[in-house]
Ligand binder design. Structure first.
Ligand code: F0G
Length: 356
């Protein structure tokens, strides 16, 4: 029996909409149920009537991955798997490692060497995963883990695992429930393109089952140096400060394009400068600290507002996919050395003034 304070179980809450059976283990770490926070400063800047932030960094490991990972790991348990494996730019690794630990499964994560934010690496290590860095990109790592999984060595828990998409679509349900209907548009970062695929599936199902009465236009944003869908061809050497979306050949490319076209949306590029501007704006003006990749959604919104390309859109949800604490190095880079003074009121007051 659950007490009123017990962690709710995402699998149970949406069981009617998920491919679960009575035998699917109800594992839970508190995933889902994340806040939808209104963004008044963004409304003022963009002129959009309502802008909401879906703060997915509030999930247990600090990213949206937990929604899909809980289901992927539960289904792996149900199917008798002993171990899971994934390629990752960091967040998938942290999430897989946590749920595998909870489930008592072995976990191996394969990362692009030198391009994973510190917090994510710390999580994978402490949750007890076997952490391997490859001299290559995320795309190279994905090729390797697919080969290992095909050999039966472990269950693949990247978003090409359909249970990941199923779990992640629950965020679209929550948005419809909270707002009472679907928004006009969703703005979302795109990396491997699983999440835009999942939200689209969720919104389509929400309309079909009466949770929503209308469709949603899907606007996805890639980093300019890692924008294969925007350019229509893979990027061999993706580059961006937003390491979470440093991906040159997304696995769910086709379904992202389908979501874009079927919804009347767009997939566009934002520069690293625009990403970092949005990242600082969200923290400094809205009080919401997300990781750089997450800010791509808001960078895209601001870019479209500047171009006057938001006609007919009055209610927007921007997905903030991961927590800012994941990437302390980027945050710290804005103030590399702290002002150090003597512990006196006089010196501290003078130092505060100097920084104002
Ligand atoms: N935002 C964050 C914080 C991410 O970690 C990711 C993907 C995305 C956006 C893009 O989502 O891949 O579904 O289009 N991170 C993956 C990982 C690739 O390994 O953690 P997507």
């Amino acid at each position: 029996m659950g007490s009123p304070m017990a962690t709710t179980c995402l699998i149970d809450r949406y069981a009617a909409y998920l491919p679960v059976t009575p035998r699917t283990p109800r594992i839970a770490l508190g995933e889902g149920g994340t806040p939808l926070v209104r963004a008044p400063r963004l409304e003022a800047e963009t002129g959009v009537r309502e802008v909401w932030l879906k703060v997915e960094g509030m999930n247990p490991t600090g990213s949206f991955k937990d929604r899909g990972m809980v289901l992927a790991v539960a289904k792996a348990m149900e199917e008798g798997a002993a171990s899971v494996i994934c390629a990752s730019t960091g967040n998938t690794a942290a999430s897989a490692a946590a749920y595998a630990a909870r489930a008592g499964l072995e976990c191996a994560v394969v990362l692009p060497a030198g391009h994973v934010a510190l917090g994510k690496l710390a999580q994978a290590i402490v949750f007890g995963a076997r952490v391997i860095a490859v001299r290559g990109s995320f795309d190279d790592a994905l090729v390797v883990v697919k080969e290992l999984a095909a050999g039966g060595e472990a269950t693949l828990v990247n978003s090409i695992n359909p249970y990941r998409i199923e779990g992640q679509k629950t965020a679209a349900f929550e948005i419809c429930e909270t707002l009472g209907d679907a928004p006009d548009a969703l703005f979302i970062p795109v990396g491997n393109a699983g999440n835009i695929t999942a939200y689209w599936k969720g919104f389509v199902e929400a309309a079909r089952t009466g949770m929503a009465t209308r469709g949603v236009r899907m606007f996805g944003f890639q980093a300019a140096g890692a924008a294969p869908i925007v350019h229509g061809r893979p990027v061999a050497e993706p580059r961006t400060i937003a390491t979470a979306i440093r991906i040159g050949n997304p696995a769910s490319w086709k379904s992202a394009v389908e979501a874009r076209d079927a919804s009347g949306g767009a997939i566009e590029a934002v520069t690293d400068e625009e990403i970092l501007d949005a990242y600082r704006f969200l923290a400094g003006c809205e009080g919401v600290f997300c990781e750089p990749a997450s800010a791509a959604s808001v960078a895209g919104l601001r870019q479209r507002a500047r171009r006057g390309a938001l006609e007919g859109i009055e209610r927007i949800v921007c997905v903030l996919t991961g927590n800012g604490l994941k990437d302390p190095d980027t945050a710290k880079s804005f103030s590399p050395s702290l002002t150090e003074v003597a512990p006196t009121a006089e010196d501290v007051r003078a130092a505060i003034r100097a920084l104002s």
